[in-house]
Ligand binder design. Sequence first.
Ligand code: C2E
Ligand code: MG
Ligand code: MG
Length: 633
Amino acid sequence: MVLNYYFDAASIIAFVMLIAMVVSTKHIMDYKFRVLCYLTAVSCLIPILDILRTYVIDNRMSVVLVYVVNMLFFLVHATVTFLFLMYVISQVEMSETRSLIRKVLLYVPLAICTVLIVITPFFSTVFYYSVETGYVTGPLYFLTSLVPTLYFTWAIIYTIRKRHVLSRSFIIMISLVAIVNVATIICQLIWPEVIVRSFTISMSAFVMYFFEEHGRVAIEEDTNLVGKEYLLEVGTRMARNNYPFSIILIRITNFDALSDTFGHENTKALSRNIAAYVGNQFRLGRCFRISESTIAILNTEIDKTDELTRRLYDELSDSWNIEGLDISCDILMTYINCPKDTDDAENMSALIRHFNRMERTAGGVIDIDELHINEHIRIKLVENAIERGLRNNSFQVFYQPIHSLEDDTFMTAEALVRLTDPELGSISPAEFIPIAENNGTVVAIGNYVLETVCQFIADNDMEELGLRYIELNLSVIQCLQKDFIENVDNIVNKYNIDPKYLCLEVTETASNYSPTVFKRNLETLGEKGYSLALDDFGTGYANIERMVTSDFRIVKFDKEMTQYSSSEERLQNVFEKLQNVIHSMDSKVVAEGVETKEQYDYLKKIGCDYIQGYYFSKPVPKDEFVEFIKANN
Ligand code: C2E
Ligand code: MG
Ligand code: MG
């Protein structure tokens, strides 16, 4: 049989190219990539040994040489499939397995195979060779194929079992590699003269390399830092495998102030110098860029975390010479112990984000508790509850009657959203609305409330009930949407409702975000016939000027203000004066949070217009509200 070595030669060239590529690019040598490198390095021996093996046998060369080459050939074959399995496992696990049973199962077949190969010259286990007889296979020859088959099958089963944890692209890639390799083995049986096996292996190595290269995160040339996505990827994998580690966070807190003083370029250079200083102390792939001013270190020596943090703090807090300027900066540091503090990627990311944005200019080493980890976890849970609520339509609208002192009737009500979650129970809008504002879901919630209120108005005869309109709360985020007015109009028109039945409450802080858009939107609403109310007046920073210049028919005094002023004399004075100003602008005053007879009497005495509070009724579901109104009006 004349053997054809073209494919072997081609695969040698392919391997040389692959090795050159690996060596010439900066790579994070994590476990996964290390295993791939070993796999490539060992695989590249296959075509060489393939050629050598037939050459030395065919040319009846010295016995020692034939034995050495053949033994190496068998060893390499077994090791390659072993490394292939390790590579597949490394996609899920962080490092070599720590379970003893698994270790034994993994290494024993390879060890047996190796022993059989090593003792071949003495016991002819795998093959026998002499110049006279030539090459003859031994009784345990079959094991040299059985062991690779075993590893290969294991890799396939592992991929199938872990399909939920593995990425889709990895599964597709590895399936292709497996199919092509099996097909090659079959071809080899049919056409033994064309040795295509090593070529397939080299191409598989190429595919795996490009797969890893594709998912590779960028490495900053001058600082050796890598992106934060990689930190989360590795962090999640380590936490999932219960591998303890800590994330040390470093931030230049006065970055913006330094930018103003020394210029952005100099400050960026300072930040890069610090990053490079830190980046060069650790292995590539251990330091991460979070933002211009923040970096993170993944540390696996957890018992040294505190010591390391304090040492770095002392070193970094020194002054840095940038372009001849001595710049000293405020360094803020903390560390997260995983999985003790958190083992969840989203929490990790929330903590890092929060540290990066923390309103603090002074430096120091702070405790992780100062990042209010439980708050983040709660926020995450509430976010999930909001998603569930929107998906399952489990938001509700309650109504709280508002009493008119002048007419002695309940002439309006405030619509208030409610959320009861199967996992968290009832969640207050005071908690979930700000969270919904942060992630944008408040727009969907607001639309739901508006629809429900419109439905209520359409279903009931407002005049007969003695109701003039229903008040509902608008969030800042809603008011600033591009299609806000159009959206309100669409919903209101869908139920064929006169805008006069709706009073939209906004809070005063809303105008801080984008005063022009906000004012313009409110004006448009006013022109269309909606009434507007200023909610929570008296909380935070009240801008009287803005209140006076906007067209609010109603001003709602916040419950704290109401409750204090009915008991504290000095506040009473302010309350009454403000009420007079509002009346002089032809607007009405609603006092929120009225709970007692004394409060009610006081407000009545000073001529307040409307009263809202538990004194009359808590917010109640629609039917209960209608009953209440029918009974009282
Ligand atoms: P708000 O608009 O100032 O609503 C008044 C809040 O005071 C309501 O709380 C109401 O239940 C409560 N309240 C009424 N009378 C009394 C009383 O006598 N004593 C006490 N202690 N509290 C009283 P709730 O329903 O928990 O809502 C809290 C806040 O959540 C609302 O404050 C509003 O800012 C926001 N919110 C509620 N529903 C919506 C909504 O549909 N959309 C938006 N964007 N925000 C909403
Ligand atoms: Mg309100
Ligand atoms: Mg209010």
